[in-house]
Design a protein around this ligand. Structure first.
Ligand code: HEC
Length: 244
């Protein structure tokens, strides 16, 4: 029995290893950092919202949470024709998207929950030149991805550097060792990392406005309870005053 359990455990762990063979880099998530969230929102609207929607996030909600005035949101973060109470939608029709990309760019409202912040951060840094792909780029974390490298003007283009990995039973196989900048973009590597961190911070926020609201309500409830305890205490003192 013990042997069976051990072999199941070994199997499980080797499988998780195989499915996450790519090392993830960690993003710093801080939903209290409003400046970072605001910068992230700007990147999201300018670079992602043309193809991906985030329907669960209303502009009005974002304005409130990120402490941006509705006027500034309308001016800087919204395209013509949208209303402040609308969710973040796109005008591209699904059938056109399929035609252009072969797949439909998914709604990203909850992507940080399903993929995790570190996965997103690594994904946005893992595009590299691959002429065999329709858009000339591939992604080492998401091989054969149907998304072009839309941030190439910021990051530049990376090339893959390969290493030989010995295959069991003889022979070698080429595997990506690391990615390096082949053509620089407008940002240095550090600036790009910071920008992607802001973007992922914002995408994490996108999946959690409800949570932020809960926090806010939570502290109000707590204040209320404390206040009531105080009131009851005074009342009790008042009632029992004459009995003692
Ligand atoms: C030109 C259109 C386009 C733009 C702009 C774009 N994407 Fe994509 N994206 C796609 C397509 C198409 C896919 C589907 C890829 C696939 O499944 O092969 C995709 C997939 C993704 C995925 C993977 C989803 C999953 O888990 O399957 C993530 C994450 C993502 N995009 C994030 C972003 C972010 C962040 C931006 C902005 C920086 C962005 N995308 C901008 C077209 C786009």
């Amino acid at each position: 029995m013990r042997k069976l359990i051990i072999s199941v455990l070994v199997l499980l762990s080797s499988q998780t290893f195989a499915s996450s063979g790519h090392e993830l880099q960690s993003a710093t998530i801080d939903l209290g950092n409003k400046a970072s969230l605001q910068r992230g929102a700007k990147y999201f609207v300018n670079y992602c919202l043309s193809c991906h929607s985030a329907k669960q996030l209303r502009y009005s909600r974002m304005a409130k949470d990120l402490e941006i005035t509705p006027e500034l949101v309308e001016l800087n973060l919204m395209f013509t024709g949208e209303k402040i109470f609308d969710g973040m939608d796109i005008s591209m029709r699904p059938q056109d998207a399929e035609k252009w990309f072969g797949v439909n760019p998914p709604d990203l409202s909850l992507i940080a929950r399903s993929r995790g912040a570190d996965w997103l951060y690594t994904y946005l840094k893992s595009f590299y030149i691959d002429e065999s792909r329709p858009f000339g780029v591939n992604n080492s974390l998401f091989p054969k991805v149907g998304m072009p490298h839309v941030l190439a003007d910021l990051q530049g283009l990376q090339r893959a550097v390969y290493k030989d990995v010995e295959i069991e039973g003889g022979g070698v196989r080429k595997e990506i060792d690391y990615l390096e900048i082949a053509e620089p973009g407008r940002m240095s590597e550090r600036e790009y990392d910071k920008a992607m961190n802001d973007l992922v911070n914002f995408m994490t926020y996108m999946g959690e406005p409800a949570k932020m609201e809960r926090h806010r309500i939570g502290s109000k409830v707590l204040m209320f309870i404390l206040l009531m305890i105080g009131v009851f205490y005074l009342l009790k003192k008042e009632y029992w005053k004459d009995i003692h």
